[in-house]
Ligand binder design. Structure first.
Ligand code: SF4
Length: 256
């Protein structure tokens, strides 16, 4: 995908726009929403998968069953744990599927770590959001500029910032393309049931207390009963714990 990035040039049809605004999608299953998305947008639709939580892998599996040519990309921040890289390779082999790896701009990362240090994110929210912007938000924006629709594994009960997540929405931050959140109404148990039933490969850190694995320095295991997102940027207030990828404000930082 990075090789053929181009701006979003295909306007959404009236049928697509009216279907989204009707909210009829709220009654559809995850598979039905993905089928609708692939039918309307392929090949300009792709799954954004962090390879750190089972939600993205469930969607990858579903999309692959619907269309083996379905696309998936991962933002390689340069700070991912080895377990995540291992999983990316397992997925490539299991599904015989190319995973589109997207890197941040090298010159931006170099300038940031030269002026603020390699572990800047622990020092302030501003530093953490700067790092997320450079390593995640900008690469995501660049990637989405070549798509008409993208798929994400958000669930409403994951965090206080996600309780209103619709199954289909227009993503105003990314040029008005369509964002599909097919498992917005799923519970964690629903996700794990699908994983077991379909033997979906998952990140081995999930079984070590990490429900959500992001960058290595910004992820930790959680204790039983803790909020599912408590292991991400745990030194910050819950309200600030988004990387900017799934929020409307450009200056929130970045993060999957
Ligand atoms: Fe940087 Fe941490 Fe954000 Fe990764 S999660 S981009 S290391 S601040």
């Amino acid at each position: 995908m990075p090789a053929d990035v181009h701006t979003n040039e295909k306007p959404l049809s009236d049928g697509v726009l009216s279907f989204i605004s009707s909210r009829e999608s709220e009654a559809l299953s995850a598979q039905e929403i993905l089928t609708w998305g692939i039918k309307n947008f392929a090949p300009r639709i792709a799954l954004s998968c962090s390879f750190g939580a089972p939600e993205g892998l469930v969607l990858l599996d579903m999309m692959h069953r619907i269309d083996p040519r379905s696309r998936v990309f991962v933002l390689d921040t340069g700070r991912l744990p080895q377990a995540t890289y291992d999983l990316i390779d397992r997925v490539r082999e299991r599904y015989d599927k190319p995973v589109e790896i997207v890197f941040p701009r090298a010159e931006d990362v170099e300038a940031m770590v030269r002026s603020k240090g390699v572990n800047l994110f622990y020092e302030s929210i501003e530093n953490r959001q700067l790092c997320c912007r450079i390593r995640k938000v900008e690469p995501l924006r660049r990637t989405l500029s070549g798509l008409d629709a993208w798929v994400a594994g958000l669930r409403r009960d994951q965090n206080v910032t996600r309780t209103e997540t619709p199954k289909l929405e227009l993503d105003a931050v990314h040029g008005g393309i369509v964002k599909l959140n097919p498992i917005a109404d799923w519970t964690s148990d629903d996700v794990m049931e699908y994983v077991r039933a379909h033997e979906v490969p998952t990140n081995r850190l999930n079984a070590q207390g990490y429900p959500s694995v992001g960058c290595d320095p910004c992820s930790r295991a959680i204790a039983p009963g803790e909020d599912l997102r408590a292991g991400r940027w745990w030194w910050e207030d819950p309200e600030t714990r988004e990387c900017g990828i799934h929020v409307d404000e450009e200056d929130q930082g970045s993060g999957i």
